[in-house]
Structure formats: C-alpha cells, structure tokens
Design a protein around this ligand. Structure first.
Ligand SMILES: Cc1ncc(COP(=O)(O)O)c(C=O)c1O
Length: 376
C-alpha cells in the first residue's frame, strides 16, 4: 500500500509585511520557468529573451589550482548570459538540493526548496524586506553584522539586541526579554537574525545545544530564525559553480571546504599569536572559532572609533571600529575587528605592531580623562 509521505508545511503569510503579502510573481517570469522545464519539442514564443547568436563570447576555459580545467561551450555560455528562471539556474539548483541533502540533511527536505541569491547580503535584504515593516521589532545578537541594520533602519525597525557570552546569544536573556515584552503588551518580533557559525565580528560558533534552545524559544514565541551562514559556501557565477560541482562531486566539494577551513585556521592561529606578541597588556581577545575576524578589546580606551577611523590610517593601520557592529553605533565601544583573511603574515605582524603603537600613543596623548571619558 502507498504510504503518505510527510511534507514540510509551513504557512509564512502571518510573518509577512502587508506589502509583501500583496506581491505576485510576474507572468513573464513564470513563463521562463515553464519554458525551461518544458519538453524539447515545445516551441516557446513567450519570453522576451535576446537571441544567443548575438552574444560575443565563444567559450570560456576555467583552470583550477589543482591542475584540472573545464570549458564552458557556446551553449552553456548562452545559458550564463541569458535570462534564467528567478529561482536560479536549474542544473545548479538540482546540484545544490542534493548537496544540502547530504551536507545538512534538513528534515522533510524533499518538500522544501532553495532559491539562489547574489550573495548573503542579497538573501538577507530580500528576507528582511519581506518580514520587517514600519516599526516592526527584529531580534539580533549584539554585536552583529551591520549589513542587517542598513536594511531595516529605513523602516524604523526596532532592534532588540540580545547580549552574548562566549557561546553566542544567551538563551536565558532571550527568553526573559520575550516574556517581559509579552507581559507589557508590546509588539512581538516575527524574526530573529542569527549568524550562528563564525559570527561576524566575534568569530563565535554557537554550540548545538544552544542552537536547539534558541529554536525551542522560537517555537514558543512564534518567530522565524534567519541564519546568515556566509562562511560555508562561496559565491561564483551559477553556471561555473554548477560545472565545478559536477567536476568535483560531493566529496570533492567537501574536501575543498576542509582545505579552506584548514587555510583560515592557520591564519587565525597566526593572528592570535601576533596579537599575543604585540598587544599583551594592552588588549584582550578570545580565539575565534569561525569566520575571518579577531575581536580585540582594548584596555583603558572607552571608544576606538576615532582612533581607527582617523589616527590609525596615519599610523599605517586600518581595522574596523567595534561600534560599527553594535546595536547603537553612536555609543562608545572599546573593541576593534581585525580581519585575518587576506594579508600576508608579515603584514599581519606589522599591523599588530602598529596597532600596539597606536594604542600606546592614544593612552600617552591623553585623549582620555580618568581613563574612560573621551574628550577628543
Ligand atoms: C555575517 C555576514 N553576512 C553577510 C555578509 C555579506 O556577504 P556577501 O558578500 O555574500 O553578500 C558578510 C560579509 O562580510 C557577513 O560577514
């Protein structure tokens, strides 16, 4: 007897803004989707697509670092330059569905789906624009990636910032904040932004148990979790990425990700050692568990904004001032975010040395009264 398959069924409409609820897909875009999946003998005069014969490129060859290569022929290049269904390039979608199934095994995956976006920021913007309307509250962890704030601030959204300890968002405080909010009859948040792996800027990876607890709270208080996870996958042209996935297969992709992880782990260890060498006694940091950044807290300096944005450049070092990642970026913050992704080890060494000099000169030049009040 045929057994009914359980399906993922979730009605998102109650979370959407009024504007988002009124959105309809364009018929022309629907037709592109239909034309793409129609049998070869179907002739489509439906879409306003340019003719591929007018495209100037004949082929593109891609050489990989491991010595292998592949070529995109005219037909594939046509697809790369042509309109494709809004959801993404269909062969890549298929590869990604399979990849997600094997890599993350989401429950009821067969009845869920993927949409390809132009990077993490694009995904964030689209999701938040669909959920956050004028004055709507949004849960975030503090500090957090500032690309979120720039999307929601034009809507005058209310950021509810949940403090973190060394394992990320504190679930106790999250629950308590929501409980108090509910009791006071305030508007409840429909969504929480989380950057659970390699948090930008602190490099925290939220442990599994804590993730589960946050999920339980989300179910209890009925809000969505938007997990911004840009450090697992890379952004390439869709056709090229598809060909790469085909060439490497699942195991090849995974071993590439493992190589990348090892590469950045070595850099993380190097910057931590250099920070220890130069900043000892001047600043504190915890070892990041993921991502590209070292979150440095400077001792005896209340705010690093002008130190980094103005005086740092003249001393030959640029790092991001911590306040840029806080809920209220106008408030003083003694942290600095240093990226260890790109610079050479020599440059890292020099940058840490210059930062140490900069901190010493800030302290020497008495930009502070009583060690904490900023007068510059
Ligand atoms: C947490 C986080 N989200 C989103 C982005 C933006 O990613 P993308 O360049 O893929 O748009 C970044 C980039 O630094 C990030 O750190």
């Amino acid at each position: 007897m045929h057994k009914n398959k359980e399906k993922f069924e979730m009605d998102y409409s109650s979370f959407k803004t009024e504007i988002s609820k009124r959105r309809r897909s364009a018929t022309t875009r629907e037709l592109t989707k239909i034309a793409y999946s129609a049998p070869k003998n179907v002739i489509s005069l439906a879409e306003g697509m340019p003719n591929e014969e007018t495209f100037p490129f004949a082929e593109i060859s891609i050489k990989l670092n491991d010595g292998s290569s592949f070529t995109l022929d005219e037909r594939e290049l046509g697809a790369a330059l042509q309109y494709i269904p809004t959801q993404g390039y269909p062969p890549l979608l298929q590869s990604l569905r399979e990849f997600q199934r094997r890599a993350h095994a989401p429950p009821l995956w067969e009845s869920r789906d993927i949409v390809i976006v132009s990077g993490s920021q694009d995904g964030l913007s689209k999701t938040l624009e669909a959920i956050i309307g004028p004055g709507d509250p949004l849960l975030v962890h503090d500090p957090f990636y500032p690309g979120v704030e720039v999307v929601v601030s034009p809507h005058k959204a209310e950021l509810i910032a949940i403090p973190q300890d060394e394992h990320g968002v504190d679930p106790e405080i999250l629950r308590e904040t929501l409980m108090k909010r509910q009791l006071s009859g305030k508007k409840m948040p429909k969504i929480m932004y989380i950057n659970a792996t390699g948090l930008n800027p602190t490099g925290i990876v939220i442990p599994l148990e804590r993730r589960k607890e946050i999920y339980r709270i989300a179910c209890e208080y009925n809000f969505l979790i938007l997990d911004d996870d840009p450090y697992h996958f890379m952004h390439f042209d869709e056709v090229i990425l598809y060909r790469l996935m085909k060439l490497w297969g699942y195991d090849g992709m995974m071993s590439h990700f493992m190589r990348i992880r090892h590469f950045y782990k070595q850099r993380r260890d190097a910057i931590a050692a250099l920070a220890e060498k130069h900043l000892s006694g001047l600043a504190d940091f915890t070892l990041p568990k993921g991502g590209f950044f070292l979150w440095i807290k400077v001792r005896g300096i209340k705010d690093t904004w002008k130190m980094m944005m103005q005086r740092g450049v003249t001393k030959g070092v640029i790092m991001a001032p911590g306040a840029a990642f806080m809920k209220d970026s106008g408030k003083p913050c003694n942290a600095i975010r240093a990226s260890f992704a790109k610079v050479s080890y020599e440059e890292m060494d020099l940058a840490m040395e210059r930062l140490a000099d900069l901190i010493r000169s800030e302290l020497r030049n008495n930009y502070f009264i009583n060690g904490n009040s900023y007068i510059d």
